[in-house]
Design a protein around this ligand. Structure first.
Ligand code: SAM
Length: 178
């Protein structure tokens, strides 16, 4: 089980990217997104996707993120903070994957400057290369490495819309409401 904690969200400016963090988390294998700032627009966009495209992806907003992290660690969880200052994913991924067997992972991504407590509470501070880029890209690469591409085949339960992959035509199955 994998959860993603998005630390911070700067209102209007972050609406799209926060939504993309959540959708990327869902599409690449996470079970839950946790935000620290309420945003109705983001919540509605994510819920609409889940309603149409299926699955059991959870959405939560919390205020006390440090407590959430501590609690997660006490309940058989390991915490991975994605940051450009961290240890290179290429070097540390094998160790994380070994620990993931039988444990849950909480992946933290930031919006603006991440408080130092996040670095301290994390079991692993991991960089997807040491250049600044994007929380969406960092999360996608981390999850893809963790699941070794397998979640790209994942089928979501109760989907109203499903795509049949094709190189040369658009094939979509749409389930009508009864
Ligand atoms: N300047 C901010 C700081 O000093 O923490 C980071 C802002 S960045 C736009 C937002 C988030 O993207 C970061 O908190 C981190 O989670 C992620 N990120 C960006 N580049 C990364 C990289 N090279 N490796 C891992 N995560 C990265």
């Amino acid at each position: 089980r994998v959860e993603v904690l998005r630390l911070g969200h700067r209102g209007e400016r972050d609406k799209r990217i926060s939504t993309h963090v959540a959708l990327t988390a869902r599409a690449l294998g996470a079970d839950k997104i946790i935000f620290t700032v309420e945003d109705e627009h983001v919540e509605e966009s994510v819920k609409k996707i889940v309603e149409n495209w299926g699955g059991n992806f959870k959405f939560e907003v919390i205020k006390k993120w440090k407590e959430y992290i501590k609690n997660f660690k006490e309940n058989n969880g390991i915490v991975v903070h994605l940051t450009m200052y961290g240890a290179n994913v290429n070097e540390i991924m094998d160790e994380i994957k070994k620990e993931f067997e039988g444990k849950n992972i909480l992946v933290i991504v930031g919006a603006e400057k991440v408080p130092k407590e996040a670095y301290e509470l994390a079991d692993y501070n991991v960089s997807i290369g040491n250049q600044p880029h994007s929380e969406v890209a960092a999360l996608a690469i981390f999850l893809d490495r963790l699941f070794e591409g397998k979640t790209l085949y994942r089928k979501f339960e109760n989907a109203k819309i499903r795509i049949i992959p094709s190189n040369d035509k658009k094939q979509v199955i749409i389930k009508k409401d009864k």
